[in-house]
Design a protein around this ligand. Structure first.
Ligand code: FAD
Length: 306
């Protein structure tokens, strides 16, 4: 069996693996797609100590760093079940059962998509999901934010300080964000709010985004907004569906962890975007992965001698 089995090979899982392997304990990483979300990222300009890199380069660096240590990497394998016990079991979709004294779950999250024509085609070519990451790329330009919940309104406020104009598009008749955020939003001169609007398509010239169409849900009329960027802010889905009923998840489906990354199951830790830890960023996922790994090591040291 493993001493530490890490499920997930993104920044959090990679950091956890490095920290565990450096303790000289038996470490395994099970990952559906080693690298994680950074594989879908173009420019990364906020990973502290690196002025600029890109996602694929960052993913290669993660893998090289992990492979520098004795870590058993099992790539392109998905976990679909966790079973509590003296040895914790992780089952894979192919029917394999891996056993470990401790487990770190770092399965990350995915942005909820609006599923309209143009969204996939122009991803990273004007369609963005993370204002902290990509906001500065739209300096002086016109952008839309889709979604009037807290994350959409926060994104619009954030972007208004960087870009020329922000159009916030909300499907419902009212914004769903907290009143303080809405007050702040409406005080900004370069923000336009459009409600009861269903985004129907993101347009581009084949290379980059140049507009967005929406249907006015009151009149049925189709309208177009010319712009250079679209931020989709309709939620982040944690990859924790497979753990429902096994451990405590929040109302949003995130794994509940304490300050050490401990979940509701002894010996099972979690880190990164899949957890309740706020602000989903690479630098945060890396820190949380390291922390969960040190916590797992702490747990192993205290296991009774056999
Ligand atoms: P992830 O990166 O999501 O990795 C999860 C890992 O778990 C993957 O290996 C996945 O294959 C695996 N996995 C999932 N489910 C299973 C399963 N059932 N079994 C086995 N393996 C599984 N952050 C920044 O700090 N700066 C940026 O510039 C930036 N830009 C971004 C741009 C885009 C387009 C996106 C989508 C995100 C961006 N982010 C950025 C956010 C950042 O990528 C995430 O915060 C970070 O990757 C989270 O790391 P993680 O390890 O928790 O999860």
């Amino acid at each position: 069996p493993f001493d530490v089995l890490i499920v997930g090979g993104g920044p959090a899982g990679a950091a956890a693996a490095i920290y565990a392997a450096r303790k000289g304990i038996r470490t395994g990483v099970l990952a559906d797609r080693f690298g994680g979300q950074v594989l879908d990222t173009l420019a990364i300009e906020n990973f502290v100590s690196m002025k600029e890199t890109d996602g694929p380069k960052f993913a290669v660096a993660l893998e090289e760093h992990v492979k520098h240590y004795e870590v058993d990497i099992m790539n392109t394998q998905r976990a679909n079940k966790l079973v509590e016990g003296k040895l914790i079991e992780v089952h894979t979709e192919t029917g394999a059962v891996l056993k470990s004294k401790s487990v770190i779950i770092a399965t990350g999250a995915r942005w909820r998509e609006i599923n309209v024509p143009g969204e996939r085609e122009y991803r990273n070519k004007g369609v963005a999901y993370c204002p902290h990451c990509d906001g500065p790329l739209f300096k002086g330009k016109r952008v839309a934010v889709i979604g009037g919940g807290n994350s959409g309104v926060e994104a619009a406020i954030d972007l208004a300080g960087i870009v020329k104009e922000v159009t916030l598009i909300e499907f419902g008749a009212e914004l769903r964000a907290d009143a303080v955020l809405q007050r702040k939003l409406y005080s900004l001169k370069n923000v336009t709010v459009i409600k009861s609007a269903q985004t129907t398509e993101i347009h581009g010239d084949g290379k980059i985004v140049n507009g967005l169409s929406y249907k006015d849900r009151n009149t049925g009329e189709l309208k177009r907004v010319d712009l250079e960027g679209v931020f989709v802010q309709i939620g982040l889905v944690p990859n924790a569906e497979w753990l429902k009923g096994t451990m405590d998840l929040s109302a949003h489906g995130e794994i509940e962890v304490d300050a050490k990354g401990q979940t509701s199951i002894p010996g099972v830790f979690a880190a990164g975007d899949v957890t309740t830890v706020p602000f989903k960023q690479i630098v945060i996922a890396v820190g949380e992965g390291a922390k969960a790994s040190l916590a797992a090591f702490d747990y192993l040291m205290r296991l009774p001698v056999e």
